[in-house]
Ligand binder design. Structure first.
Ligand code: C2E
Ligand code: CA
Ligand code: CA
Ligand code: CA
Length: 274
């Protein structure tokens, strides 16, 4: 029994150790990827629920590692956040999103995701400098933040979000309803949009509870004069349901997967018109 006990302990510690080694390697690879520009942005179309016209894109970071291949953002973003690399990665994402947006006409907007770790007092300056560099009006950029920004120092986060709004950019509350409760922050007037998570959208046909949640989100948004985007719309039925429930914009594989800049640009210029 003593031996078995020791064996178990050894087993756990070596497993932990190799997990630790994996993370250290991933961290080193992220660092190297920043240096050698292995990251790029993909652009997923957003369309108006009214007429299905293209209104903008969500920029999503992509990493093609020479050996690992495609690494999903759900894997490397948390590691970048923990090891202090979200600053440089976030700056790159801001730069690339502004650069793309500046090549497209009104009213096409580009939404970019901002990690809670990027909500720092320097962020409004970083963003305003990028806007100035590309001569881009603030209203062509939207920031998507999650409820996580309010977990610690919520008053500081609100202050920073307010300064970002003052640049004219939109701020969407992403994955609304899936995380930390943020309903109380809606009356602080920093958000212009709520995004409904795809998990509510995709099962709405079979789960009446999801329809009830979506109805409440839409009602909340209207009361606070915010618009609503439904994401994860994969079928014509999903689209019709979300339109009927009062969503303003729609995003999902039905209208397009995240695209390369070139493909996105074809959609804008009409070459890729559906
Ligand atoms: P998110 O911000 O909620 O992004 C939406 C995710 O849903 C994207 O996954 C997108 O490709 C996927 N999606 C869009 N339409 C559909 C659909 O119709 N069906 C299905 N099944 N999925 C759909 P992705 O690109 O893998 O990103 C996952 C998450 O990683 C994002 O969730 C976001 O939290 C984070 N992320 C991605 N790019 C960035 C970034 O540039 N910065 C930061 N901070 N986070 C990012
Ligand atoms: Ca998002
Ligand atoms: Ca989302
Ligand atoms: Ca999500």
């Amino acid at each position: 029994a003593k031996d078995a006990g020791r064996g178990v302990v050894r087993y756990f510690s070596s497993e932990l150790q190799s997990e630790q080694e994996d993370r250290v390697r991933l961290e080193a690879d992220i660092r190297a990827a920043l240096e050698s520009r292995q990251f790029h942005l993909a652009f997923q179309p957003l369309v108006s629920a009214k007429n299905q016209k293209l209104v903008g894109f969500e920029a999503l970071v992509r990493w093609n590692h020479p050996k690992r291949g495609f690494v999903p953002p759900n894997v490397f973003i948390p590691v970048a956040e923990e090891c202090g690399l979200m600053g440089p990665l976030g700056d790159f994402i801001i730069e690339e999103a502004c650069r793309a947006a500046a090549t497209w006409p009104e009213p096409i907007t580009v939404a970019l995701n901002v990690s809670p770790k990027q909500i720092l007092p320097s962020l409004p300056t970083v963003l305003s400098q990028a806007l100035a560099r590309y001569k881009l009006p603030g209203n062509r950029i939207e920031l998507e933040v999650t409820e996580g920004v309010f977990i610690d120092s919520s008053s500081r986060s609100l202050d920073i979000l307010g300064r970002l709004r003052a640049l004219g950019v939109g701020i969407a509350l992403d994955d609304f309803g899936t995380g930390y409760s943020s309903i109380g922050y809606l009356n602080k007037a920093v958000f212009h949009k709520l995004k409904i998570d795809g998990s509510f959208v995709r099962d709405a046909g079979t789960r009446p509870g999801n329809v009830a949640i979506i109805k409440s989100i839409v009602a909340l948004a209207k009361d606070f004069r915010m618009s609503v985007t439904a994401e994860g719309v994969e079928t014509a039925e999903d689209f019709e349901r979300m339109r009927e429930l009062g969503c303003d914009t729609i995003q999902g594989y039905l209208f397009g997967k995240p695209l390369s800049y070139e493909r996105a640009n074809q959609l804008v210029t009409g070459l890729g018109a559906r």
